[in-house]
Each structure stands twice: as structure tokens, then as C-alpha cells.
Design a protein around this ligand. Structure first.
Ligand code: GLC
Length: 417
């Protein structure tokens, strides 16, 4: 158990970071007011899709009104076909700086043309539960549903239920070594960025036509974490829709995608889930934190849950002093220290700890959950709200005052269904 003084201290510190990183104003380029939290003022000065969902979850504990505004602001840029970009550059004067640094092509009008893991409906449910605000739900639900429909319509070309990503950043675990075989094994972030630039060069004539881009089969990955968030989101929609037939349809869609995830991505020998690459669905067999992400699915079979729990308690791989490392310590690509942009190759991150913590909670592993929460609190107390942490020492790296690390408030006091 986290003692109440620590919990109170972290809650107060989280509230300070979220207030400090919040941006409000009016954008002339789309004539909209915005109110959202930047992931980090120095490194990530815009609105990011899944970060905003995490911010909304943390804010639902601390400032529910801001949580509502975070999602409303994100949904402003939903396109008429349902797509929601993973980056929105509200403050357009920072565009040149961002365009120079970002490897992925931007879409129209200060937005990107990529997705990020669909945590949206999960966040919407949390904010609705915290506020009980029916008008807010009625305002956000149709756009949220349209996004999940867009994912099914556009990102599932083979119709197996699993959605696909078209570039590594869409997974949220950008430089994860699991993608290396598809990217000519980059040695550092510069090589990775160069490869993505090459990719976008090939995509350029097909810009905004994701079906055609997927058909090129240059980077087409049915990615485990993305699909776990997709399933959790559809389960949340099943609880949010008042109409019982629509609610049942969402639960059925979620169950169908989960069945495909287990049938196609679960490797019984490894006791872990692997992404599928390309038209021929080749498994990407590097074990990473995303191999364990399906633990968060409340409906997962107990036998598989037990296998995933086994990895989490193995001190050689994932059970390091400050877990959960993004890559197991035994993998040759494991890089526990400062990543200098080559991220998700060893350090522990609070957002994936939150997801694993949710898995421990829904599967009744409360003792283990308490340990994970205590270790997560300890690394934040030691190093502050950082982007990621060294899994042996708890040292903090990457951006400072990283907003989604405030998810620790939901780990301390879980409010999930
Ligand atoms: C990094 C992460 C990505 C996140 C972004 C902003 O690029 O890999 O998932 O959205 O930072 O925090």
C-alpha cells in the first residue's frame, strides 16, 4: 500500500504539473478555442492524441472540468470521415520548429496524418463517470464512435478484425526494437528517422489514402498494443451506449477482435503476444512490453493471464527494481539508460505501468498491483515526472515534467470499471 502522505504528495505534484502544462487560447487557423495539456513544454509542445486521453484520465481525479475540456479540444479536429490526427499544433507559430523535427508527414492545417493507440473511448468513459455529465457524453460520443468506425473501415484491410498501423510512431512505442526487422535495423535515432523519411517519400503520392498506403505493404503492422486499446475502447463504448442493441453490438465487435488477437498474435510457446507484419502476417518475435499488454483485457482467458503474470514476476526479464521495462533485460536490444530519442528500448514508462496495473486489477492480482504502484511512486518521488525511467536505478530521462506520468494518481486510486 502506498502510504497516505506519499499519495497526497504525488497527487498535489501531479495537479501542479498538469496546471503548469495546460495551454488555453484561440487558434486562428481553425477558429476554435482550445484547452489541453501539452505532453511536455520543452520536447512536446502540442496536443498528442493518446497523451490527451491519459491526461483526461488523470484530470478526472484532480480537475474534472479540465478533463472534459481536454477531450472536447481533441475532438475538435476529428475529420468528417471519422479520422482523428495524433498531433494537433494549436500554436501555429511553433509549426516550423515541429515540421523540421518530426519525421512523419503532417496532414492538413497543422495536424498530423497519423493515428495513435485508440485510448479515446476509455478516457471518455472515465471522464463521464467522474462528472456524470450527460450533455458532455452526448456531445462527445458520436465523434468517438465515428473514430472507432473509421478504424474498422480503413485500418482493417484484410477484415480479420485487427487494425493495422502504417508507421512505427502510430504504435505509441515509436522506436521499439520489435519493428527493427521492418526498418533495416536502425542503429540509432538518426537512422530510424531517415528510414521514416524514406517511408513517407514512398507514401507521399498516396497521402490521406490509408487503404492504398496499406496496400503498398511497406510498413503494415497489426500491432498488439494498438489492438488492446481498440478492444478496451469498444468495451467502453458498449457500456456508454444507452441503446441495448448498440451496446451489445460494441461488445460483440470487441469480442471478435479479441478472439482474432488471441488466435493470431498469441504464441503459446513464448506465453506472449506478437505483432503481425505485412500481408502475409509474419510475427515480429521480439518480446517487449506490448507482448504483455493484453493482460489489461478483463475478458482474457485465465491460462493466458497466468502466462503473462509469469513474465511480470521473472527477475531476469521484466521484474526489475523499477519495472516494467519496455524491453526485457535479457533481450540483446535492451538499452536501459538515456535513449537520446531512441526510445522504448528498455526504460520503464508510467503509461505502460498504468496499463499493466489495470490488468493486475481486473484479474484480481492485487498484491502484485500494490507492488507495481509502490515502485512507480518510488521512481516518481526519486526523479520527478519524467518521460521514462532507468529500470535498475529509477533515474529519470527524456522530457521533464512529462504530463502522462501523472497517471500515477489513477494507479494509487483506480477508478476504472
Ligand atoms: C513519444 C512517445 C509517444 C508520445 C509522445 C508525446 O514520442 O513515444 O507515444 O505520444 O512522446 O508524449
Amino acid at each position: 500500500m502506498v502510504d497516505s502522505a506519499t499519495a497526497q504528495r504525488l497527487r498535489a505534484a501531479a495537479a501542479r504539473i498538469l496546471a503548469q502544462n495546460r495551454r488555453t487560447g484561440h487558434a486562428d487557423w481553425n477558429d476554435r478555442d482550445y484547452a489541453y495539456v501539452v505532453p511536455s513544454p520543452s520536447s512536446y509542445p502540442f496536443q498528442w492524441f493518446w497523451d490527451s486521453c491519459f491526461h483526461a484520465i488523470a484530470l478526472s481525479h484532480l480537475q474534472p472540468e479540465w478533463a472534459r475540456q481536454e477531450l472536447v479540444t481533441l475532438l475538435h479536429e476529428a475529420q468528417s470521415d471519422g479520422f482523428i490526427p495524433h498531433q494537433i499544433l494549436w500554436e501555429k507559430d511553433r509549426y516550423p520548429e515541429a515540421a523540421a523535427r518530426q519525421s512523419e508527414a503532417f496532414g492538413d492545417r497543422y495536424t498530423s496524418s497519423s493515428i495513435q493507440p485508440p485510448v479515446l473511448a476509455t478516457a471518455l468513459e472515465r471522464v463521464y463517470r467522474a462528472t456524470g455529465d450527460d450533455a458532455f457524453l452526448a456531445r462527445c460520443l458520436p465523434t468517438t464512435i465515428a473514430f472507432y468506425d473509421w478504424l474498422a473501415r480503413v485500418r482493417d484491410p484484410d477484415g480479420d478484425g485487427l487494425i493495422a498501423i502504417i508507421q512505427p510512431d502510430e504504435s505509441g512505442v515509436d522506436a521499439s526494437p520489435k519493428f527493427d526487422p521492418l526498418m533495416r535495423f536502425p542503429k540509432d535515432n538518426r537512422e530510424l528517422v531517415r528510414w521514416i523519411q524514406w517511408l513517407y517519400g514512398r507514401y507521399a503520392p498516396l497521402r490521406f489514402n490509408d487503404r492504398a498506403i496499406l496496400a503498398l505493404d511497406l510498413f503494415q503492422v497489426e500491432e498488439v498494443l494498438t489492438n488492446v486499446c481498440y478492444i478496451l475502447g469498444m468495451q467502453a463504448l458498449g457500456r456508454l451506449c444507452r441503446d441495448t442493441a448498440r451496446a451489445a453490438a460494441w461488445q460483440q465487435r470487441a469480442a471478435m477482435v479479441q478472439a482474432a488477437l488471441v488466435a493470431k498474435c498469441y504464441d503459446d510457446r513464448a506465453g506472449a503476444f506478437f505483432d503481425l507484419a505485412g500481408n502475409d502476417e509474419r510475427p515480429l518475435r521480439t518480446r517487449t512490453i506490448t507482448s504483455l499488454a493484453p493482460l489489461a483485457l478483463p475478458t482474457l482467458d485465465r491460462a493466458i493471464v497466468d502466462r503473462l503474470l509469469g513474465h511480470l514476476s521473472d527477475p531476469r526479464t521484466f521484474a526489475l527494481p523499477f519495472p516494467v521495462p519496455s524491453v526485457p533485460a535479457t533481450d540483446p536490444t535492451f538499452m536501459p539508460g538515456n535513449a537520446h530519442g531512441f526510445i522504448w528500448r528498455g526504460p520503464s514508462w508510467v503509461n505502460t505501468n498504468w496499463l499493466i496495473g489495470e490488468g493486475l486489477r481486473v484479474h484480481g492480482a492485487d498484491d502484485r498491483r500494490q507492488i507495481l504502484v509502490t515502485q512507480t511512486c518510488a521512481m516518481i518521488e526519486r526523479a520527478g515526472f519524467r518521460e521514462y525511467y532507468q529500470p535498475y536505478t529509477g533515474e529519470g530521462f527524456g522530457s521533464q515534467d512529462h504530463s502522462w506520468s501523472t497517471l500515477v494518481v489513477d494507479m494509487i486510486d483506480p477508478a476504472g470499471p
